[in-house]
Design a protein around this ligand. Structure first.
Ligand code: ADP
Ligand code: F6P
Length: 339
């Protein structure tokens, strides 16, 4: 077709054909609700751009084992509402080695995967960066319930997980009030306190213990529990981030010191399951589509994010170097409201 007779869409599709023909997609690290919506968006966006799509099962582990399947539009039907990941996920030590990374890049080439979408957290992006350095075009999509990826204000799975935890904590509160107990509820988040902070605010907790504020004083908490009882409060809810842990022993120590029955509840993996919320489905759909479009534009070594109300993308190295802090004002508000 003569260049000057092409309209914009034709020119765009012409460019895609030249650079990328097959897109691969994998999920890596801990699963998160909404990952299926992201996979579906990758598959259908790529197909609609005339590309072939290959799904890689079990993250980098499956890539190294060549667990690679073709994906059609129908393969992702009926998945947008499902928790977990239809591609399965895994953690993979070999991908951290140079040998593993070389092998992974060679396998991508063998299967004609010239663009790879990696849905996961910071660790998964580090793997994507290594592949980009070895000539595989990669784009990362942030999927983790921990909300701990610095380059983005939102990570797929956080909204569902925080709502799941909030509902569970409401239930613990009911029984805690009936028995006039102190309840320590441990939420996930690895080394980050976002799930704890949000639950602390949403559940009206008396205390939020987060790794970012690790210098908490247990004697002060014990004194506060006693003062709280005097003020007529019928329970005392402590949200403890797993990065601090020790909930069971903490409960024993608090019970011994206060004489108030204290129970620990560890919410665990239930926080990672369940049907994604509307927010997770929508963000995942847009981020998944964007990842494919970035690859189609010839971009590589990028990560998609949502920052200051906009969908954006960053260089992976830049993204991994960014730092994100717990907003101090939000933490202070939580403390004020626990009066
Ligand atoms: P997340 O992606 O949720 O942060 P992990 O930190 O467990 O989860 O990382 C997921 C996987 O990404 C790891 O099992 C490993 O295969 C890969 N990965 C992590 N860090 C690196 C790294 N520095 N280089 C290469 N691959 C990595
Ligand atoms: O990163 C998600 C997460 O659920 C963290 O909150 C938690 O620390 C970790 O994964 C648990 O990992 P696993 O499922 O391997 O026990």
């Amino acid at each position: 077709m003569a260049e000057n007779n092409m309209n914009d869409k034709e020119r765009y599709l012409d460019e895609i054909e030249d650079s990328i023909r097959t897109i691969g997609v994998l999920t890596s690290g801990g699963d998160a609700p909404g990952m299926n919506a992201a996979i579906r968006a990758v598959v259908r966006t790529a197909l609609s751009r005339g590309l072939k799509v290959r799904g890689i099962r079990r993250g980098y582990h499956g890539l190294l084992k060549e667990e690679i399947i073709d994906l059609s539009a129908r393969d992702v039907s009926d998945t947008i509402q499902r928790g977990g990941t239809i591609l399965q996920t895994a953690r993979c030590q070999s991908m951290r080695t140079e040998e593993g990374q070389q092998k992974a890049a060679a396998i991508c080439k063998k299967y004609g995967i010239d663009g790879l979408v990696v849905i996961g957290g910071d660790g998964s992006f580090a793997g994507a960066q290594k592949l980009a350095n070895l000539g595989v075009n990669t784009v990362g999509v942030p999927g983790t319930i921990d909300l701990d990826i610095a380059c983005t204000d939102y990570t797929i799975g956080f909204d569902t997980a925080v709502n799941t935890a909030m509902e569970a904590i409401d239930k613990v509160r009911d029984t805690s009030t009936s028995h006039e107990r102190c309840s320590i509820i441990e939420v996930m988040g690895r080394d980050a306190g976002y799930l704890a902070l949000w639950c602390g605010i949403a559940n009206g907790a008396e205390r939020i213990l987060m790794p970012e504020e690790h210098d908490f004083d247990e004697a002060a908490i014990i004194a506060d529990i006693m003062a709280n009882k005097k003020r007529g409060k019928k329970n005392y809810i402590i949200i403890n981030a797993e990065g601090i842990g020790d909930s069971i022993n903490m409960a024993k120590r608090i019970e011994e010191a206060t004489g108030i029955e204290t129970r620990a509840t560890i919410l665990g993996h239930m926080q990672r399951g369940g049907s994604p919320t509307c927010k997770d489905r929508v963000y995942a759909s847009i981020m998944g589509a964007m990842a494919v479009d970035l690859l189609c534009q010839g971009k590589t070594n990028r990560v998609v994010g949502y920052k200051n109300g906009q969908y954006v993308d960053f260089d992976i190295e830049e993204a991994l170097a960014m730092k994100k802090a717990i907003p101090q004002y939000q933490y202070d508000v939580a403390k004020t409201l626990a009066l």
